[in-house]
Design a protein around this ligand. Structure first.
Ligand code: NAD
Length: 286
């Protein structure tokens, strides 16, 4: 159902790759709610992805950019303002990638060049966007910027690797820049910490299927899917959340407040019935 929550608002959406992407769902919902926006992703993603179809359906202009490149990002903000005729009202940062994860380098054996790439793509790019937008005065007073995060920023999650460090940095940037952007120009900056979700990036997370089953059993409301994440982002772009800023907001069915649930404990008890402690059945990997 649409409520016209973004009627007349303009935005920039980074990170829609295919129809499983969280950013894709945000774009669809933003369109339904009356927004106009531009879409951005890397030239490679544009070649392999299906973004043209989404752009045609939503009337969006596609602007290629590597989010680690300041000049590319400047071009996205300048072109977006040209195309849409003035400042934008919302920006979505939905970007993450770790070469250590891709190349199966575990956390106690990181490649540091890869680590710098992880941090640059997944976190510093958020600072770059904010700094460029601030300098160009590209976001209107009352505007809203959201980046997507994960609970591994606060709590250790087996196998999430250096992306945990990237998410911790991302959330810190939201607070630090959120203070300045709020104080000087009345712009909100938040992160949404989303449940594990079956997307291209999500499927790179070690043991994603079992992880999703576990978090679903642990969360009183179950996992939030990509469409539910999009709904939440829309509220943050809308005028209904005008005083929400510098927050990391969990959209995770309650997972982040749980210690143990009945459903998860039931499965754990069942697993104890197997012979897991016998020699040679060690699960230690990283
Ligand atoms: N899927 C999950 O389980 C989950 C959970 C919590 C948070 N998140 C976060 O949500 C965000 C979106 O991920 P998703 O799950 O929709 O997966 P996705 O793979 O659909 O999106 C990731 C996007 O990052 C883009 N990207 C990678 N390198 C880039 C670069 N250098 N410049 C610009 N863009 C680049 C990719 O092209 C892709 O569009 C990420 O920040 C991810 O960490 C995902």
């Amino acid at each position: 159902m649409a409520y016209n929550l973004l009627k007349g608002k303009k935005g920039i959406i980074f990170g829609a790759l295919d129809n499983k992407s969280i950013a894709w769902k945000v774009a669809e919902r933003a369109f339904e709610e009356g927004a106009t926006f531009t879409l951005s992703n890397t030239p490679t993603a544009l070649r392999f992805g299906e973004l043209n179809e989404l752009a045609e359906r939503t009337g969006a202009t596609i602007i290629p950019a590597d989010a680690t490149s300041v000049s590319d990002l400047e071009n996205v903000f300048k072109t977006s303002m040209e195309v849409m005729g003035g400042q934008v009202d919302f920006v979505l940062h939905s970007i993450g990638m770790s070469l250590n994860v891709r190349k199966k380098r575990v956390y106690n054996d990181l490649n540091y060049d890869f680590l710098m790439k992880t941090l640059d793509i997944s976190a510093v790019s958020f600072h770059k966007m904010l700094q460029i937008a601030y300098r160009l005065d590209a976001i209107s007073r009352g505007g809203s910027v959201v980046a997507l995060s994960y609970v591994a920023a606060q709590r250790t999650h087996y196998g999430y690797n250096d992306m945990a460090d990237a998410k911790a940095l991302l959330e810190s940037i939201a607070r630090s820049f959120g203070y300045i952007y709020g104080r000087e120009k009345g712009v909100r900056v938040n992160t949404v910490s989303q449940s594990p979700t079956m997307t291209t990036a999500g499927s790179g997370v070690k043991g994603i299927n079992a992880l999703m089953d576990f978090t679903d059993r642990m969360s009183p409301l179950g996992n939030a899917d990509a469409a539910e994440c999009a709904d939440y982002c829309i509220t943050l772009f809308s005028d209904l959340t005008r005083k929400v800023t510098m927050q990391n907001l969990f959209n995770d069915g309650g997972f982040s407040s749980m210690g143990m649930s009945l459903k998860a404990m039931t499965m754990y008890n069942k697993s104890l019935e197997c012979d897991c402690d016998k020699p040679g059945s060690s699960l230690i990997e990283d």
